[in-house]
Design a binder for this molecule. Structure first.
Ligand code: C5P
Length: 250
């Protein structure tokens, strides 16, 4: 396998500002990040907002080239979602998540606004990733919301909708990678949580895959949280996971 860019995004699920700042500095700071990116989501963002992001993930760390995944899972009317994209644009996220079930007009409004803001701020356009069917939902949950279909079919339907609306990729479980890669083509970003390195605890991830398995199936990025931030050496753990995923120039 050729040496890929580091696909590992560390998911940091905490409201602890100082702890997040130290962790980010240790795994993503100079001289070279041990991860491809950092994922901060609802928990951290609702507690600390944009100032918290700027504090815990400051410009000198961003300048190492590490990616920033702002996992907000937006879902509202088109005008409000566009406003949300506008409100976080100057944080220059690499990726933002948005629920594909919000519909075509909402997805398009988000894509359009990301483009407008990128041009205005002279930063790369935030790439938008669709959330399809949450892995916490099973068929009976879907039926209860009026979707009389298998989760796997609904995932493909929503991913196709996301792609047609101009989104750059989707979040998906390891078990959805192959079908989505086939359905959405080689350029579509597949950001994949539920990853566990060889020999590690699965925690509450019931159907996890190893980094190598997920990359071989076609994942573009791997989201890994606890195996990195609960390790005695988060940097060492991140490097080991990146090596498992085929990165050999850390
Ligand atoms: O600690 P762990 O590696 O399980 O963290 C995985 C990250 O990916 C968490 O931020 C979690 O919210 C997210 N995630 C997930 N499974 C999904 C969707 C998101 O584990 N289906």
């Amino acid at each position: 396998m050729k040496n890929p860019a580091n696909p590992v995004y560390c998911g940091i699920d905490t409201t602890e500002l100082e702890g997040a700042a130290r962790l980010i500095q240790s795994i993503a700071g100079a001289p070279k990040p041990a991860v491809g990116g950092i994922k901060l989501g609802l928990e951290f963002f609702l507690a600390h907002g944009a100032p918290g992001i700027r504090y815990a993930f400051p410009q000198p760390v961003r300048a190492t080239g590490v990616g920033f995944f702002l996992d907000l899972k937006l879902h509202d009317i088109p005008n409000t979602v566009a406003g949300g994209i506008r409100a976080v644009a100057d944080l220059a996220p690499t990726y933002i998540t948005i629920h594909a079930s919000g519909g075509r007009d909402m997805l398009k409004a988000a894509v359009d606004e990301a483009g407008v803001q990128a041009a205005k701020l002279n930063v790369p356009r935030a790439k938008l990733l669709g959330v399809t069917v949450l892995t916490s939902l099973d068929k009976s949950d879907l039926v209860a919301t009026g979707v009389n279909d298998e989760p796997s079919d609904q995932v493909l339907r929503l991913a196709s909708l996301a792609r047609a609306a101009g989104l750059d990729g989707c979040i998906c479980s390891p078990h959805e990678i192959a079908a989505l890669r086939k359905e959405c083509g080689s350029d579509f970003v597949l950001m994949v949580p539920g990853i566990r390195p060889v020999g590690s605890a699965s925690n509450d991830q019931k159907r996890a895959m190893t980094p190598r398995q997920a990359v071989d199936l076609g994942a573009t990025h791997l989201v890994v949280g606890r195996p990195i931030y609960q390790a005695a050496s988060p940097r060492g753990a991140a490097e080991a996971i990146a090596r498992e995923a085929g990165v050999n120039d850390l």
